[in-house]
Design a protein around this ligand. Structure first.
Ligand SMILES: [Zn+2]
Ligand SMILES: [Zn+2]
Length: 477
């Protein structure tokens, strides 16, 4: 089915987006994961870890959203600190009147401090809470603790002015189909497909299935009874009755499916990744590339943002991160969030204010391109932190930055661009992409085969699981 181009595109709601971000932040590559994966370009981090290491005992995602619905921080728990504690360290009293989205119901240690800071609302994903209630059988002692903590959380909740709630919105009609369709067609997938015999995208289906399995086991509770018991313990007995319960589960499942589908569109596949083909900046630290895991993670954030687009033809997402000089307490290491955006009409405009025609319509006067604000432009405009000249800052864009945006990115002092390059060097009717290739002073990491790994035997040591699922055909043939 072909949805794109037909009519208005389905959009993610802001609440959907924030919920997906909170789940996704839980999967931010930890420093241990990165160390393990530095060995070679190929290793699949998730397969590489034992099951025990994979369990995110305390990992928790948390974007913070200010009152006017803008993200001002993206965090996740670290070895020493919970996500709620990190939010407090990072934002302090600025948390006042903020909305917080958690990937798990926070524990009492976090909640008391957040409530005390005067937040407006705390929304959480209604599966296993931060202090897990799921392993009742294996460790009854911890469960006692977990139950006591759940009680304390309820007490804090009922005595606080902040709303502690489950804020889940169902996806709009056709959203899932649209995400599937656009993910398969996404430039990165198409680039890999071209390197495959007969341009097939089977690898994408396999990769997506793996992501679905993995994220379902992380974010959903497969057993309905267990899920009900957990909801009961955390004060959500209202949601245990049908149709609420089945709706809730369906809703959660759909969101996990969207996340897995989008994540699979920037896949861990062979030696594909974000690489720089130029040599002029190799020695400067500002221009050294991020680990592939982090780059992929941030690009997937940008991909999620693209589903908030107001452009009925092409959704684009952009997100800016920077790196502090000193290592931070955050689960994101020294990386901190600067700003994000998607392509849209100017803030405050109504649908009918501007033309929505694209370059296929003949009359240049009624085309949209002079009015639409690009994803990079919105990310820069609504950033919540300054871009510091002495820090490594980077922008992740789902598409090649156009000639309007390239000088803006450079002028803003951003050091690195991670993007696709399918349009680079092209001139389209209304928009051209000539400046990206010539850009100097900003490093460009584009989605491609690792240029250093040209020998097929050099790069690949399959693990048992990997060889089963990927690499059915060697793409180096
Ligand atoms: Zn906590
Ligand atoms: Zn642009």
């Amino acid at each position: 089915m072909a949805l794109a181009g037909q009519c208005q595109m389905p959009r993610l709601s802001k609440v959907n987006l924030f919920t997906l971000f909170s789940l996704w932040m839980e999967l931010f590559p930890s420093s241990e994961q990165q160390k393990k994966s530095q060995v070679k370009c190929l290793q699949l981090v998730h397969n590489y870890l034992s099951d025990n290491e994979k369990k995110p005992s305390l990992r928790m995602g948390l974007p913070i959203v200010v009152k006017n619905m803008k993200i001002i921080g993206l965090h996740c728990s670290s070895t020493d600190l919970h996500a709620g504690q990190i939010a407090l360290i990072k934002h302090g009293s600025r948390l006042k009147n903020c909305d917080l989205y958690f990937s798990r119901k926070p524990c009492s240690t976090c909640l008391k401090m957040i409530v005390n800071a005067g937040v407006n609302r705390i929304s959480y994903w209604p599966a296993d809470p931060e202090i897990s209630l799921q392993n009742e059988v294996s460790s009854p002692m911890t469960t006692d603790d977990a139950k006591l903590d759940a009680k304390a959380v309820e007490r804090l909740k009922s005595n606080s002015r902040a709303r502690v709630c489950v804020l889940l919105q169902p996806l709009v009609c056709y959203m899932m189909q649209f995400v599937e369709e656009t993910s398969t067609k996404f430039d990165f997938i198409q680039k890999i497909a071209k390197s495959q015999p007969d341009s097939n995208t089977d690898f994408y289906t396999t990769c997506r299935q793996e992501r679905i399995k993995e994220y379902e086991s992380l974010f959903l509770i497969s057993n309905e009874e267990t899920h009900k018991q957990i909801l009961m313990t955390i004060g959500l007995e209202n949601l245990c009755e049908n149709p609420y319960f089945s709706n809730l589960r369906q809703n959660m499942k759909d969101l996990v499916l969207v996340l897995a589908t989008v994540a699979a569109s920037v896949p861990v596949f062979g030696c594909f990744g974000f690489y720089n083909s130029e040599s002029w900046q190799a020695n400067e630290t500002d221009h050294q590339g991020l680990s592939q895991e982090i780059a992929r993670h941030c690009m997937i954030q940008a991909r999620l943002l693209a589903y908030r687009t107001e452009d009925h033809k092409t959704g684009v997402g952009a997100i800016i991160w920077a790196e502090e000089k000193s290592r931070s307490c955050d689960g994101t290491g020294p990386m901190y969030f600067v700003g994000c955006g998607y392509n849209a009409f100017p803030v405050g405009s109504e649908y009918a204010d501007f033309p929505h025609m694209d370059d296929k319509q003949k009359d240049r006067e009624i085309r949209k391109f002079r009015y639409i604000i690009h994803a990079e432009q919105n990310a820069l405009t609504f950033r919540c932190r300054e871009i510091k000249p002495d820090e490594r800052s980077m922008i992740f864009v789902t598409k090649c930055p156009c000639d309007e945006c390239v000088p803006l990115i450079k002028g803003a002092g951003i050091k690195q661009i991670y993007a696709g390059d399918v349009d680079a060097g092209k001139k389209k009717a209304d928009i051209s992409y000539m400046k990206f290739g010539e850009l100097e002073g900003v490093s460009k990491f584009t989605w491609q085969l690792n240029p250093l790994h040209t020998n097929a035997l050099d790069f690949h040591e399959p693990t048992a699981r990997e060889s089963k699922s990927f690499f059915i055909n060697s793409f180096y043939d």
